[in-house]
Structures are given as C-alpha cells and as structure tokens.
Design a protein around this ligand. Structure first.
Ligand code: UDP
Length: 332
C-alpha cells in the first residue's frame, strides 16, 4: 500500500476507524473526513489528517478532493440504525442517498474513479436462500436497507456513464475490536447486540431486552452472522485489485448464524459473568435470519476471516469494553 493515498469518509466511526488503522499499518496515506457527529477523534490514529466537516457540504468535498489526489475513496459516513430508520424513514432515504451521491460526484469530478461503499445485509430483507449469495433478491424490510440499495443502484449508473468503479460491500453484523485495544466500538446511543450484552454484564448498561422470541428459528430469537471488524477491513483492501477490472458486489460474513440467545451465552462464557436480560416484542424491520455466503469474496479475492469463531469476536469486544467502560470518553 506504500505511496497510495485514500479518503475515508466516516473514518472516525466504528468500522471506518478499523479500516483506517489497517491502511496505515500497511503503509498507506489516509485522510479522514468525519464531522464527529458519531465518530470520535480518539479513533483516528496519530498522523492521519482529520477533516472535520460534513460530507453534505459539496464545496468542502470538492476542496478535499482537489487538495489531495486519492487513489480511491472508502465511503462509510451514513445513518446506519435499522430501528431509527423505521421511525424516520424519509430522513434515512434522503440523507444516505444525497450524501453518498455527493461523495461519488466529487470523486468523479476529481478523476478519482475507485469507490468502495459500506453497504449492508439489510438489502436482502427476509431471504429465500440462506446463506445469502449476491444474486439473492434485493427486498429490504427497513428504510435503512432501502437507502443503501438506492446508493448501490446510483453507483451502477455512475459506472456506466462516468467509469466510476465501485465495490459495494454488504456487511452482515460487524462486531469485535482491535485485539491490541487501540480502538473499539463506541456508539451513542448504542443499539447493537454485542456491546449492549457486554454493557449489561459489566453493569455499565441496563439489562438487555431480547427483541422477539417468536421468530421461526430454533430458539425463537433472530439469527445473525457476526463478522469481525478487522476482517471487514481486510476485505475492503482486497477488493481494490478487483476494481481494476470491473465494479463488484460482495456479501461479507462468516457464513455461520448465531441467535440472540447464543450471543448472550457467548458473552457469559467470555466474561465469566451473567448477562442480565429480559424479553420484549419484536423490533420493527428485523428479518428473522441473515447469514452470508461469502463464497464469491473468498474465491475472487482470497479473503478468509481471521476471527471466524463467535467467541474470538466477542473476546476482542469484551477486552475493549472492559478496559474502556466509557468508550472514548470524549463527550466532555
Ligand atoms: N437485539 C436485541 N436486543 C437489543 C439489540 C439487538 O434482541 O437490545 C437483536 C436484534 O433484534 C437483532 C440482533 O440482536 O436480531 C442484532 O441486532 P443489531 O442491532 O446488533 O444489528 P442489526 O442486525 O440490526 O444490524
């Protein structure tokens, strides 16, 4: 990666910061653009330029692309909560679409024709085939998923018309943290299962509520495919070579599903503590089961997860949260 330069929007956020760290470790030069609404200054490694502005600001985007010549842009900055998207769907659709298109437009105008999109398994809704291949029907059950689908479609046109090569990476459930403990997951509000279960075990958060126990799964709770955030980061770097030939779409997960109850058990095993929890109704927009087929990614890029086991993923998350119970603690 030596000598290559990348823009990472949302690079102070959870998945983005793990990519930034990986890129820097591999010798790349990185510029982060993040308004720190959700991201953290402490998540950006020393030596990385942080442009603290919103990607909604098209003039600023043009300045950033003009000031540095980027080999590619990794676009993470977005609203990303399923539940919130079902309370405010119009905001999700408009903000995620218009901001992503602003970044893509600035990239095209600056001649930066490699674009990697942080996309989502939420594109697939309730899939008919599991594990889910890339060809599966795209039928989101929530506005967040649909907002990303709109972006993917627009990127297809940008390729056809402007030659903007894009990799749309549909993550399943990102989890875990840098095993060296430098960065981790810190959302406010936190809505994700693994950090909430760990917080309940630590006593830093209230008891967990399991959303729905009447799904058509063996134990009645939702099944998801948890993939380590550093394995996601590695996939982002591997797809760059593919972009030299054509635009690509990949599903990224470990290929094994775990229920909410199994995640709770894993946190109890790793932490040696009970996870206080109760049971509540379903959360709007949640499909019963999302498990990835990452066969295409594996075959075409040689990707394989380093953290395939749920316990290994949970352990890195536990290490981060137990050492940083207040996260980055930068909210003043
Ligand atoms: N979940 C839950 N209680 C919580 C948060 C999440 O039961 O407090 C469930 C949620 O319904 C889903 C799974 O845990 O089935 C993973 O949810 P998360 O929000 O972490 O990720 P998502 O699948 O929405 O991307």
């Amino acid at each position: 990666m030596d000598g290559r330069r990348f823009l990472v929007t949302g690079g102070a956020g959870y998945v983005g910061s793990h990519l930034v760290l990986t890129l820097v470790e591999r010798g790349a030069e990185v510029v982060v653009m993040d308004d720190l609404r959700q991201g953290h200054r402490g998540a950006v490694p020393p030596g990385v330029e942080l442009v603290q502005d919103s990607i909604a600001d098209r003039r600023r985007l043009a300045e950033v692309f003009a000031a540095w010549k980027f080999d590619a842009v990794f676009h993470f900055a977005a609203l990303s909560l399923v539940g919130e998207s079902m309370r405010d769907p119009l905001r999700y659709c408009s903000e995620n679409l218009s901001n992503s298109l602003a970044v893509a437009d600035a990239a095209v105008k600056a001649g930066c024709l490699r674009f990697v999109l942080s996309s989502t398994a939420a594109l697939f809704g309730n899939p008919k085939v599991v594990p889910i291949p890339e060809e599966a029907e795209l039928a989101p059950t929530n506005a967040y998923g649909d907002s990303k689908l709109m972006v993917e479609k627009a990127l297809g046109w940008a390729d056809q018309v402007h030659g903007l090569r894009s990799a749309c990476l549909r993550y399943f459930n990102a989890a875990g943290a840098d095993p060296q403990g430098r960065i981790g997951e810190d959302h406010e509000p936190e809505t994700h299962l693994v950090p909430l279960a760990i917080g309940a075990a630590l006593g830093t958060r209230p008891p967990l509520t399991v959303f729905g126990t009447d799904y058509p799964t063996p134990d009645g709770t939702c099944i998801r495919d948890y993939v380590h955030v550093l394995d996601l980061a590695d996939a982002h770097i591997r797809v760059l070579d593919r972009l030299e030939q054509a635009s690509v779409r990949y599903n990224i997960g470990n290929g094994t599903g775990y229920s909410v109850k199994q995640v709770i058990e894993a946190v109890e095993r790793i932490s040696g503590r009970p996870v206080p929890h109760g049971f509540g109704p379903r959360r709007a927009g949640d499909p019963a089961m999302l498990v990835a087929s990452s066969a295409r990614l594996r075959q075409e890029t040689g990707w394989a997860p380093r953290f395939a086991a749920l316990d290994d993923i949970v352990r890195t998350a536990w290490d981060w949260h137990s050492r940083h119970p207040k996260g980055y603690d930068d909210r003043g």
